[in-house]
Design a protein around this ligand. Sequence first.
Ligand code: NDP
Length: 247
Amino acid sequence: MRLKDRVAIITGGARGIGKKISQTFLEEGASVYIFDVNQEEGARTVGELRPAYGGKVIFFKVDITDEKNVEQSVKKIIDAEGRIDILVNNAGITRDNLILRMSLEDWKKVIDINLTGAFICSKHTVKYMVKNRSGKIINISSIVGVHGNAGQSNYSSSKAGIIGLTKTLARELAGRNILVNAIAPGYIETEMTKKLSDKIKEKLMEQIPTGRLGSVDDVAKTALFLASDDSNYITGTVINLDGGMGI
Ligand code: NDP
């Protein structure tokens, strides 16, 4: 087991990519705390995972943009476990539009959840990782944070910001043995990408050398590598997980 007895927080773990990361970390022996606003999906996910993993999977209804809510939830984990070894900043949303049609509200909402939320969760978790002189932070960025994408100025800016946050925290925290890396997925089959029309999907395929969309398992396995001791000399890196889209 590659994460035996480690304690992990996974934001946005109620569904999609975060759910698969939660399941993968549990399989590898970690205790997993899911921070998510979606109570219904959170309860469903915990219900699915409990028979196999018992009390090792716990759901907290947390809005990652609410600093007090995050701080108190992290403290509860410390009181129960005494440590946090892994943070996966995965929660994210889209509110797509071309810039002339994009409202300031949609701009702010996406930056607030995707970028500021990751800052808040990192800040309140790092406090305890520093005391332990050990930790792994994995930030879920996106290929559009690397290359940009028409209609996603808010989202791609938030995901580019995540890369800046990753590299800066990697520099700040390496001396305390806290390693910080990002994954930049291309198009992954989830609820988020189900909304794309068949025409758009066809066009996408032409740009993906491996000829398929990514799976949640592809992302979870990369997150596992970054969370485990197999990556202990890697920090400040962005792994492009895109089937070659960015070549
Ligand atoms: P989903 O929408 O399936 O899941 C995201 C989860 O985060 C949902 O449960 C959502 O709740 C929750 N969430 C939203 N806002 C908050 C908040 N303020 N606090 C806590 N939780 C919140 O997303 P995916 O699994 O598709 O994506 C996961 C991550 O991967 C995102 O950061 C996304 O940007 C990134 N990504 C995804 C790609 C893809 O192709 N799917 C490609 C590249 C990157 P609710 O259901 O209520 O919204």
